[in-house]
Write a protein that binds this ligand. Structure first.
Ligand code: PEP
Length: 257
């Protein structure tokens, strides 16, 4: 059974006070017992403060990136072990902004994936096509390559611990959401590839989130699709009303899959 997972990616937003206000609002307003899992991924510098505010709540803590090495002379980087040490449960890997601006590739995502799993962090591996790729009819090929290369060498047992986020790049931060049918088609394709790589049983257990302009108004229909198991939320996660709205709409829409 796949428990839907809603994750807020705060990106490089908010300051100490506004982070504290947002997380407190989430803790106060999200019911303690939800049929979904919820987590937030603040910037590194606020992880510990946010983590303390989340103590005793059911909301998990995640980070937005790691470096694949465990320690050493890597100025400016943060390891998976450091994140585990301060209570992180999740890490986003290969977000399209990191692929676009910071040189992340399927190969570097693959190295980070092993580092995360080695520390029992749940990796959220992001894949998605650009608008040009979609318009050129290349979506299926791009997704196939991203999934196979990012997850190369993973055992079926490790694969069962990961989360995939399908985020069409053209839908991120643009207000333009993939239709539920467009998203479901790619999610079903991803589950098929996972089945070929790790076996059908493992593929059925892996959560595949959708990301790209998810809002309270569209969350329900997206989450009710057979292969959509939650959302990775950017802009709308910076506002308690909209993030809570997405979580509640998702709870109503998602029967256990
Ligand atoms: C994201 O950056 O992962 C994302 C989905 O952003 P937004 O919700 O703002 O489109």
């Amino acid at each position: 059974m796949r428990t839907p997972l809603i994750v807020g990616n705060w990106k490089m937003n908010l300051l100490r006070e506004s982070s504290a206000t947002l997380v407190q609002n989430l803790v106060d307003r999200l019911p303690g017992e939800l049929q979904i899992e919820v987590a937030v991924c603040p910037p590194f510098v606020y992880l510990q403060d946010v983590g303390r505010a989340l103590e005793g709540s059911s909301i998990g803590l995640g980070a937005q990136n790691i470096y694949h090495e465990s320690e050493g002379a890597f100025t400016g980087e943060v390891s998976a072990g450091m994140l585990c040490d301060i209570g992180c449960r999740f890490v986003i890997l290969g977000h399209s902004e990191r692929r676009q601006f910071f040189g992340d590739t399927n190969e570097s995502v693959n190295r980070k994936l092993f580092a995360a799993l080695g520390c029992s962090l749940t990796p959220i591996v992001c894949v998605g096509e650009t608008l040009a790729q979609r318009e050129a009819g290349q979506t299926a090929d791009v997704i196939d390559e991203q999934i196979r290369q990012s997850l190369a060498g993973l055992s079926a047992q490790d694969a069962s611990q990961i989360v995939i986020a399908y985020e069409p790049v053209w839908a991120i931060g643009t207000g333009r959401t993939a239709t539920p049918a467009q998203a479901e088609a790619v999610h079903a394709q991803i589950r098929g590839i996972l089945g070929q790589m790790f076996g059908v049983e493992v593929a059925q257990a892996i959560r595949i989130q959708y990301g790209g302009s998810v809002k309270p108004e569209n969350a329900g229909e997206l989450m009710s699709q057979t292969n959509i198991d939650g959302a990775l939320v950017g802009g709308a996660s910076l506002n308690a009303d909209s993030f809570v709205g997405i979580c509640l709409a998702s709870c109503e829409a998602t029967p256990a899959k």
